[in-house]
Design a protein around this ligand. Structure first.
Ligand code: GCU
Length: 414
């Protein structure tokens, strides 16, 4: 666990369906002023901007734009990676005009056999680019990393032994074989994930004398912002089809992927893998993690205003089905894992399912049944959902679903 000691505690929360109680979700197709939303145009011009602002002001905080002076440097390029099947490129994105300031290291794998620009999966990783794949040329991050005694990570420093540590979560060979590229960066390049981490992260680096405002962006905002900067870079890469970038995120990074995806309409597909509370799961459903617990354990993730709802999520002007609906009309995949009850699989399903009327405004089909599907049985069209058997993780099964979903919506990659 990232936060030692917390691993046991989630057991104390509600896991009993009969205790969930009743709740009323804020409406999707009615404004706070009572106006009914009946068309895609009204959604786009009235309801969507209003909801986006409510999420920024009450949950995630406001995001700044693209900084002036941002630029890229190619660090390495290998045209014979993965036994000749891929191009492996490492690029540093500098957020300021200098090559010494805030930056993010992007690792890019591209299929060698491509006939033209390829669709790409993009996402941040938890432990450094070198953990995504064992290839020895991948730079080992020199940033702060979370302690992990099992992996031999001590003193908050990564090491050679952790190369490929998270490879099972990225299935690079499979992604390449299916004709897609993969772009990833370490989330700690943007903000180290601990309460004081912002002091050395981009929130401080981009703004001198940061004074945290009630609707200030948190770490999730910083990670989300970094995802958009990665896409800025991908737009400059001729081998990439930047109109076909699928953004994927797991868990806390899944929360950030949703926030990035709703703010940045350039992301063509959004994938939330077990993002749970503060991500895909309904806040008003009392099951698994709660807003209070999220804010207590991770005080740096959300905006200070979110704390107002710690003990009364019913008072929030929004709920998470509205966040998911802001992805419309783009394809959205929400995935849960059965043994990850902390993330509330059913609350994630209900939230995804509730978006159907918004997708319908655009002539798109979401999930039409309100019954929770069986294990490993994906449901839905433009909005899709599965509950995988097994624990909180990203697996080959999950990726196979995402690849097929992308094939369907992008047209087969090769
Ligand atoms: C904790 C946290 C979750 C989060 C998860 C993760 O369990 O409570 O909200 O999604 O960590 O990022 O793995």
């Amino acid at each position: 666990s990232f936060f030692p000691g917390l691993a046991q505690e989630p057991g104390k929360f509600n896991y009993d369906e009969s205790q969930v109680g009743t709740y009323t979700l804020p409406p999707l197709l009615q404004t706070t002023g009572g106006q009914k939303i009946t068309s895609a145009t009204q959604w786009n011009t009235t309801q969507r901007p209003a909801l986006l602002k409510l999420f920024a002001d009450n949950v995630y905080g406001r995001l700044p734009g693209k900084p002036a002076g941002m630029h890229y440097k190619v660090v390495s390029e290998d045209k014979q990676a993965l036994g000749g099947k891929a191009i492996l490129k490492q690029v540093t994105i500098y957020f300021t005009p200098a090559d010494t300031g805030a930056s993010m290291d992007v690792l890019l794998f591209l299929p060698k056999q491509a006939k033209g620009p390829v669709p790409v999966f993009a996402g941040l990783n938890f432990k450094g680019n070198h953990t995504v794949h064992p290839d020895p040329q991948i730079k080992v991050t020199s940033r702060w990393v979370a302690e992990d005694k099992n992996a031999g990570i001590t003193g908050n420093r990564a090491n050679e032994q952790t190369r490929g540590l998270q490879a099972s979560r990225w299935v690079v060979e499979e992604i390449i074989a299916r004709g897609y590229g993969l772009a990833t960066a370490y989330y700690g390049d943007l903000e180290p994930d601990y309460p004081e981490g912002y002091k050395t992260g981009i929130r401080t680096q981009l703004r001198k004398n940061l004074k945290i405002q009630p609707n200030e962006w948190g770490a999730i905002g910083a990670w989300a912002w970094g995802m958009s900067r990665m896409l800025d870079y991908l737009e400059t890469e001729p081998a990439v089809n930047a109109k076909k970038v699928a953004l994927q995120g797991h868990s806390r990074i899944g929360k950030a992927a949703l926030w990035a995806g709703v703010n940045d309409p350039r992301f063509a597909i959004i994938i939330s893998n077990e993002s749970g509370e503060g991500g895909a799961a309904l806040a008003r459903r009392w099951y698994g993690e709660t807003v209070a617990r999220l804010n207590e354990a991770f005080p740096h993730w959300f905006s200070p205003n979110y704390r107002k709802f710690d003990h009364n999520p019913n008072q929030m002007p929004v709920d998470q089905h509205q966040l998911l609906a802001l992805v419309a009309p783009r394809p959205l995949y929400v995935a849960s894992a059965q043994e990850d009850q902390w993330s509330d699989p059913k609350g994630e399903f209900l939230s995804a399912q509730a978006t159907a009327p918004v997708y319908a405004l655009f002539g798109k089909k979401g999930i039409d049944s309100s019954a929770m599907p069986g294990l490993n049985q994906p449901v839905g069209e433009t909005v899709r959902y599965h509950n995988r058997s097994g624990k909180h993780d990203v697996t080959l099964y999950d990726w196979q679903q995402y690849l097929s979903f992308a094939d369907k919506h992008f047209g087969q990659a090769q």
